[in-house]
Write a protein that binds this ligand. Structure first.
Ligand code: SAH
Length: 256
């Protein structure tokens, strides 16, 4: 989630990762929304190369794998997620064209103009939307696609409580109009932008809520774990209260 970056130095990374690895997705999203975004992309075939950046355990990668014939590389900083990712692809007999690798989105292992498409759900905030769009562009072929989800303000003005929370957690949060302008400036034709439905967030938070109880039991008395869960709960409470004002949006662009 968008606030993870801000809080990460305060908490034990290993505990955070364990908490998130128990779920199929580590950010709000769904198969339907992944497929909706994919419907804007044309021309992918068995010769195409896709990168899924910040893939986590690969919930959305498996949807891409089942809906294309392309070669897909999932990349994530967290080796536990990548282990889980590679176990999942083995189970689904997708091993020959889907692989998960450990890597950093700030220094990707791809060649110039190697990729037909870059995908990134709930992860580009780790490098920042603007920087990610600009730096990743070189790996795309001309005419290649980028599809990312990003935290977005839905209205011009917001109550100060939610404005202040996100400005601290993710200062790059901005309106659709500004995000689309950034995409255009970075050298893409903006093809589509649409909101990720509330149900993706409420499902995500309710799944998380379930694992919080057992997590707290396991780490009873551990201050890091308790503070981390308290922060997660606070973020979720704010979402339920202020979801009219912000949420994830999918942005799909084509490299000019
Ligand atoms: N795309 C997945 C996971 C989103 S959570 C989903 O939607 O379910 C964000 C992911 O970004 C986490 O898996 C985290 O480990 C990864 N991440 C954070 N910083 C990163 C970096 N610098 N390089 C690559 N991955 C990173």
């Amino acid at each position: 989630m968008g606030s993870k970056k801000q809080s990460i130095h305060e908490f034990d990374l290993k505990i955070i990762r364990e908490y998130f690895s128990g779920t199929e997705r580590q950010a709000p999203g769904s198969s339907d929304i992944t497929l909706k975004a994919l419907s804007f992309i044309e021309g992918l075939d068995e010769n195409s190369k896709i990168a899924d950046i910040g893939c986590g355990t690969g919930g959305q990668t498996m949807v891409l794998a089942q809906s294309t014939k392309s070669e897909i590389t999932g990349i994530d900083l967290c080796s536990d997620y990548i282990d889980q990712f590679n176990r999942n692809t083995q189970n689904k007999l997708l091993k020959h064209r889907i692989k998960g690798i450990v890597g950093d989105m700030q220094n990707l292992p791809f060649r110039k103009e190697e990729l037909d498409m870059i995908w990134s759900e709930g992860a580009i905030y780790n490098i920042g939307f603007k920087r990610g769009l600009n730096e990743w562009r070189k790996y795309l072929k001309p005419g290649g696609y980028i599809a990312v989800t990003e935290n977005t303000w839905f209205t011009e003005n917001r109550p100060s409580a939610i404005q202040e929370f996100w400005e601290k957690a993710y200062p790059e949060i901005d309106t659709f109009a500004n995000k689309l302008a950034q995409m255009q400036t970075a050298g893409y034709i903006p093809l589509a932008a649409f909101t990720v439905p509330e149900t993706c967030w409420t499902n995500y938070y309710s799944l998380m809520q379930k694992s919080q109880e057992s997590f707290l039991k396991k780490y009873k008395g551990n201050k890091t774990a308790e503070e981390f869960i308290a922060y997660q709960r606070y973020e979720a409470d704010l979402y339920y209260q202020y979801k009219a004002y912000y949420g994830y949006a999918f942005y799909i662009g084509k490299k000019i």
